[in-house]
Write a protein that binds this ligand. Structure first.
Ligand code: HPA
Length: 263
């Protein structure tokens, strides 16, 4: 499966800086969830800014670094900070973490994000296993072409069961990709609910499509950090997202560790 040349260059840079050729698992950390990096033992933290060919992450709540180390007996590569389309990155660039994970031969990828709850049964702080996505017509995915074999859909039940085994109750549902960068209008959320979306966010869908193309076994989890526009009277802001992520960070860490071990 072809990968852009810059992926080879980035991998070369990282192996020259001590990373092994093969890594067991990769984790992409959503807004406010970068603290998971603290769970990684014997870690080596490499700021994105030090890595040639890597675009910089500019969003608040994303620290922008690569963290390599161990979780129990597995080697793990975590991306604290991602590259959003709304920051001006082409879709082809937003999937760079997935491609790099594939280049390191991971046998599992865990993708997380912060999302707004569209489903009226969802509460702030809920974890939703993504079992399908709505990517819409805006999702022109250059690297994925038109292949679509969504392995995360197959794995959603298994992910839910692993969560349960670790004592974590989760929701399951459809992640709707919105381009952003502004939060949605109330009318959009009403429309998205009718379309079947359960949670809305501005990442993840391109990554899932690329992971499917590359045949990487993937689990995807949304942390519901806020009610989507119009669901409650509260105004949306980024602080709310960070606060919810902070409150849930221990449960999130337990789930991701469980998945690294069992998925
Ligand atoms: N909308 C879009 N993206 C988000 C939201 C939201 O309500 N919350 C966190 N990321």
């Amino acid at each position: 499966m072809s990968l852009p040349d810059y992926i080879t260059d980035i991998k070369k840079f990282l192996t020259e800086h001590g990373l092994p050729n093969q890594i067991d698992a990769a984790v992409i950390l959503g807004s406010g969830l970068g603290g998971f990096g603290d769970e990684i033992e014997d870690s080596e933290i490499i700021p994105y800014g030090d890595i040639p060919s890597l675009p910089q992450s500019t969003v608040e709540g994303h620290s922008g670094s690569l963290i390599f180390g161990n979780i129990e007996d597995k080697t793990v590569l975590a991306f604290a900070g991602r590259f959003h389309h709304y920051e001006g990155h082409a879709f082809a660039k937003t999937v760079l973490p997935v491609q790099l994970a594939h280049a390191f031969g991971v046998d599992k990828l865990i993708i997380s994000n912060a999302a707004g709850g569209i489903n009226l049964r969802f509460r702030v702080g809920d974890l939703m296993i993504i079992d399908s996505i709505i990517k819409q017509y805006t999702m022109v995915s250059e690297p994925a072409l038109n292949t679509w074999n969504s392995s995360f859909e197959e794995y959603a039940q298994e992910v839910k069961q692993i969560a349960r085994d670790f004592g974590i109750e989760t929701q399951m549902g459809t992640y709707l990709f919105a381009k952003g960068p502004s939060y949605e209008s109330k009318a959009e959320i009403r429309a998205f609910r009718k379309m079947g979306g359960d949670a809305v966010g501005m990442s993840t869908a391109p990554e899932l499509i690329e992971a499917a193309r590359l045949g990487v076994k993937t689990a995807a989890i949304s942390l519901i950090t806020n009610a989507a526009a119009g669901v409650t009277a509260q105004k949306l802001d980024h602080d709310e997202v960070k606060e919810a992520a902070d409150q849930k960070k221990d449960v999130f860490a337990r789930l991701v560790k469980g998945l690294i071990g069992e998925f």
